[in-house]
Design a protein around this ligand. Structure first.
Ligand code: HEM
Length: 189
Protein backbone atom coordinates (compact mmCIF):
# COMPACT_ATOMS: atom_id res chain seq x y z
CA UNK A 1 0.00 0.00 0.00
CA UNK A 2 1.20 3.48 -0.84
CA UNK A 3 1.66 5.90 2.02
CA UNK A 4 0.46 9.32 0.99
CA UNK A 5 2.57 11.12 3.61
CA UNK A 6 1.95 14.61 4.88
CA UNK A 7 -0.09 16.98 2.72
CA UNK A 8 2.21 19.01 0.45
CA UNK A 9 1.39 22.70 0.27
CA UNK A 10 1.17 24.57 -3.01
CA UNK A 11 3.41 27.64 -3.14
CA UNK A 12 2.34 30.84 -4.88
CA UNK A 13 5.40 32.89 -5.72
CA UNK A 14 5.60 36.52 -6.79
CA UNK A 15 8.77 36.64 -8.90
CA UNK A 16 10.20 37.72 -12.26
CA UNK A 17 10.22 34.35 -14.02
CA UNK A 18 6.77 32.74 -13.64
CA UNK A 19 4.42 31.92 -16.52
CA UNK A 20 1.67 34.26 -15.26
CA UNK A 21 2.28 37.94 -16.00
CA UNK A 22 0.62 40.25 -13.45
CA UNK A 23 -1.63 42.91 -14.98
CA UNK A 24 -3.03 44.36 -11.74
CA UNK A 25 -2.68 43.72 -8.01
CA UNK A 26 -5.35 45.50 -6.01
CA UNK A 27 -5.94 45.63 -2.27
CA UNK A 28 -9.76 45.54 -2.16
CA UNK A 29 -9.84 45.42 1.66
CA UNK A 30 -6.84 45.95 3.97
CA UNK A 31 -3.13 46.18 3.29
CA UNK A 32 -1.64 45.46 -0.17
CA UNK A 33 1.18 43.00 -0.85
CA UNK A 34 4.56 43.94 -2.37
CA UNK A 35 4.70 44.40 -6.12
CA UNK A 36 5.86 41.53 -8.32
CA UNK A 37 6.02 41.05 -12.07
CA UNK A 38 4.99 37.41 -12.43
CA UNK A 39 3.54 34.44 -10.57
CA UNK A 40 4.58 30.80 -10.33
CA UNK A 41 2.32 28.17 -8.78
CA UNK A 42 4.43 25.32 -7.49
CA UNK A 43 3.05 21.99 -6.33
CA UNK A 44 5.97 21.43 -4.00
CA UNK A 45 8.19 19.81 -6.61
CA UNK A 46 10.89 22.46 -6.71
CA UNK A 47 11.95 24.47 -3.70
CA UNK A 48 10.57 28.00 -3.95
CA UNK A 49 13.12 29.31 -1.49
CA UNK A 50 16.01 28.89 -3.94
CA UNK A 51 14.70 31.74 -6.07
CA UNK A 52 14.26 35.37 -5.32
CA UNK A 53 10.61 36.05 -4.59
CA UNK A 54 8.81 39.29 -3.84
CA UNK A 55 6.24 37.26 -1.91
CA UNK A 56 5.33 33.67 -1.07
CA UNK A 57 1.92 32.35 -0.01
CA UNK A 58 1.21 28.72 0.66
CA UNK A 59 -1.98 26.71 0.94
CA UNK A 60 -3.24 23.15 0.95
CA UNK A 61 -6.11 21.54 -0.87
CA UNK A 62 -8.51 20.33 1.81
CA UNK A 63 -11.82 18.58 2.23
CA UNK A 64 -15.02 20.52 1.58
CA UNK A 65 -16.42 22.25 4.62
CA UNK A 66 -19.76 23.61 3.41
CA UNK A 67 -20.84 21.92 0.19
CA UNK A 68 -23.83 19.58 0.54
CA UNK A 69 -24.39 16.47 -1.61
CA UNK A 70 -26.58 18.16 -4.23
CA UNK A 71 -24.16 21.05 -4.58
CA UNK A 72 -21.18 18.72 -4.80
CA UNK A 73 -22.84 16.66 -7.51
CA UNK A 74 -23.84 19.76 -9.48
CA UNK A 75 -20.32 21.17 -9.24
CA UNK A 76 -18.70 17.91 -10.34
CA UNK A 77 -21.13 17.66 -13.28
CA UNK A 78 -20.35 21.09 -14.72
CA UNK A 79 -17.00 22.39 -13.51
CA UNK A 80 -13.87 22.25 -15.64
CA UNK A 81 -10.26 21.96 -14.48
CA UNK A 82 -7.34 24.37 -14.58
CA UNK A 83 -4.86 24.55 -17.47
CA UNK A 84 -7.37 24.72 -20.31
CA UNK A 85 -5.53 26.09 -23.37
CA UNK A 86 -8.12 28.84 -24.00
CA UNK A 87 -8.09 29.98 -20.35
CA UNK A 88 -5.23 32.45 -20.67
CA UNK A 89 -6.48 34.76 -17.88
CA UNK A 90 -6.15 34.03 -14.19
CA UNK A 91 -7.15 35.66 -10.94
CA UNK A 92 -5.57 34.95 -7.58
CA UNK A 93 -7.65 36.35 -4.73
CA UNK A 94 -6.24 36.22 -1.21
CA UNK A 95 -8.82 36.30 1.56
CA UNK A 96 -8.62 36.70 5.32
CA UNK A 97 -11.81 36.45 7.37
CA UNK A 98 -12.35 38.06 10.76
CA UNK A 99 -12.13 36.45 14.19
CA UNK A 100 -15.92 36.93 14.41
CA UNK A 101 -16.27 34.52 11.46
CA UNK A 102 -13.95 31.91 12.93
CA UNK A 103 -15.70 32.05 16.30
CA UNK A 104 -19.04 31.11 14.74
CA UNK A 105 -20.18 27.50 14.89
CA UNK A 106 -20.05 25.58 11.59
CA UNK A 107 -23.83 25.62 11.01
CA UNK A 108 -24.00 29.40 11.31
CA UNK A 109 -21.07 29.84 8.92
CA UNK A 110 -22.79 27.61 6.39
CA UNK A 111 -26.02 29.62 6.79
CA UNK A 112 -24.15 32.86 6.09
CA UNK A 113 -22.17 31.42 3.16
CA UNK A 114 -25.11 29.84 1.39
CA UNK A 115 -28.60 30.61 2.75
CA UNK A 116 -27.84 34.31 3.26
CA UNK A 117 -25.16 34.94 0.62
CA UNK A 118 -25.80 32.25 -2.03
CA UNK A 119 -22.06 31.91 -2.65
CA UNK A 120 -22.33 28.47 -4.25
CA UNK A 121 -25.59 29.18 -6.12
CA UNK A 122 -24.14 32.40 -7.56
CA UNK A 123 -20.79 30.79 -8.40
CA UNK A 124 -22.51 27.90 -10.20
CA UNK A 125 -23.97 30.31 -12.78
CA UNK A 126 -20.43 31.07 -13.97
CA UNK A 127 -19.40 27.46 -14.58
CA UNK A 128 -17.85 26.01 -16.65
CA UNK A 129 -16.46 29.31 -18.07
CA UNK A 130 -14.61 30.00 -14.82
CA UNK A 131 -12.38 27.20 -13.46
CA UNK A 132 -11.60 27.46 -9.76
CA UNK A 133 -9.44 25.99 -7.03
CA UNK A 134 -9.47 26.78 -3.32
CA UNK A 135 -6.42 26.48 -1.06
CA UNK A 136 -6.54 26.70 2.75
CA UNK A 137 -3.77 28.71 4.42
CA UNK A 138 -5.09 29.55 7.88
CA UNK A 139 -3.91 26.37 9.58
CA UNK A 140 -0.42 26.82 8.08
CA UNK A 141 0.01 30.04 10.07
CA UNK A 142 -0.20 32.26 6.98
CA UNK A 143 -1.21 35.92 7.12
CA UNK A 144 -4.25 35.12 4.97
CA UNK A 145 -6.85 32.33 5.35
CA UNK A 146 -7.48 31.32 1.73
CA UNK A 147 -5.84 31.48 -1.66
CA UNK A 148 -8.44 31.29 -4.42
CA UNK A 149 -7.34 30.73 -8.02
CA UNK A 150 -9.50 31.13 -11.13
CA UNK A 151 -8.82 30.63 -14.85
CA UNK A 152 -10.93 31.80 -17.77
CA UNK A 153 -10.76 32.86 -21.41
CA UNK A 154 -10.38 36.61 -22.12
CA UNK A 155 -14.00 36.86 -23.30
CA UNK A 156 -15.19 35.79 -19.83
CA UNK A 157 -13.29 38.44 -17.90
CA UNK A 158 -16.37 40.66 -17.66
CA UNK A 159 -18.38 37.71 -16.28
CA UNK A 160 -15.71 37.10 -13.67
CA UNK A 161 -15.83 40.79 -12.72
CA UNK A 162 -19.62 40.54 -12.34
CA UNK A 163 -19.21 37.46 -10.12
CA UNK A 164 -16.74 39.09 -7.73
CA UNK A 165 -18.92 42.21 -7.60
CA UNK A 166 -21.92 40.05 -6.63
CA UNK A 167 -19.99 38.19 -3.94
CA UNK A 168 -18.55 41.41 -2.47
CA UNK A 169 -22.09 42.68 -1.79
CA UNK A 170 -23.06 39.66 0.33
CA UNK A 171 -23.30 39.18 4.08
CA UNK A 172 -20.40 36.69 3.86
CA UNK A 173 -18.11 39.51 2.70
CA UNK A 174 -18.88 41.52 5.88
CA UNK A 175 -16.56 38.99 7.51
CA UNK A 176 -13.74 39.55 5.01
CA UNK A 177 -11.08 41.75 6.61
CA UNK A 178 -8.43 41.45 3.91
CA UNK A 179 -8.81 40.82 0.19
CA UNK A 180 -6.11 41.15 -2.48
CA UNK A 181 -7.15 40.66 -6.11
CA UNK A 182 -4.33 39.80 -8.53
CA UNK A 183 -5.10 39.52 -12.25
CA UNK A 184 -2.76 37.79 -14.66
CA UNK A 185 -2.33 36.61 -18.24
CA UNK A 186 -0.42 33.52 -19.28
CA UNK A 187 2.74 34.62 -21.03
CA UNK A 188 5.68 32.27 -20.71
CA UNK A 189 9.04 34.08 -20.80
C1 HEM B 1 -16.42 30.55 -9.98
C2 HEM B 1 -17.51 30.34 -9.27
C3 HEM B 1 -17.42 29.92 -7.82
C4 HEM B 1 -17.93 28.77 -7.32
C5 HEM B 1 -18.70 27.71 -8.08
C6 HEM B 1 -17.56 28.73 -5.92
C7 HEM B 1 -17.87 27.71 -5.07
C8 HEM B 1 -17.43 27.58 -3.79
C9 HEM B 1 -17.72 26.47 -2.91
C10 HEM B 1 -18.54 25.25 -3.30
C11 HEM B 1 -17.12 26.72 -1.74
C12 HEM B 1 -17.21 25.86 -0.48
C13 HEM B 1 -16.08 24.85 -0.40
C14 HEM B 1 -16.31 24.00 0.84
O1 HEM B 1 -17.33 23.27 0.88
O2 HEM B 1 -15.47 24.04 1.75
C15 HEM B 1 -16.42 27.97 -1.86
C16 HEM B 1 -15.64 28.52 -0.88
C17 HEM B 1 -14.94 29.68 -1.03
N1 HEM B 1 -14.95 30.52 -2.12
FE1 HEM B 1 -15.98 30.27 -3.81
N2 HEM B 1 -16.88 29.87 -5.59
C18 HEM B 1 -16.76 30.63 -6.72
C19 HEM B 1 -16.16 31.87 -6.83
C20 HEM B 1 -15.48 32.49 -5.82
C21 HEM B 1 -14.82 33.78 -5.92
C22 HEM B 1 -14.84 34.66 -7.17
C23 HEM B 1 -14.19 34.01 -4.74
C24 HEM B 1 -13.37 35.19 -4.32
C25 HEM B 1 -13.66 36.44 -4.68
C26 HEM B 1 -14.44 32.86 -3.88
C27 HEM B 1 -13.94 32.70 -2.64
C28 HEM B 1 -14.16 31.61 -1.83
C29 HEM B 1 -13.60 31.46 -0.51
C30 HEM B 1 -12.64 32.41 0.20
C31 HEM B 1 -14.08 30.25 -0.01
C32 HEM B 1 -13.79 29.63 1.36
C33 HEM B 1 -14.87 30.12 2.30
C34 HEM B 1 -14.71 29.59 3.70
O3 HEM B 1 -14.35 28.41 3.88
O4 HEM B 1 -14.97 30.39 4.62
N3 HEM B 1 -15.25 31.97 -4.56
N4 HEM B 1 -16.63 28.48 -3.12
Amino acid sequence: MLHSGPVQPFYFLGNSTGPWLIKTSTAIIGAPIPEAERVTVSGGIHSPLQEENQWIFKGVVSNHRYTNRDEKESLVAVQEGLNRPQATCAAMILIKKSEAWWELPQDERRAILEQQSEHIKTGMKYLPAIARKLYHSRDLGESIDFITWFEFAPEHEKDFNALVAELRKTREWEFVEREIDIRMVKETV
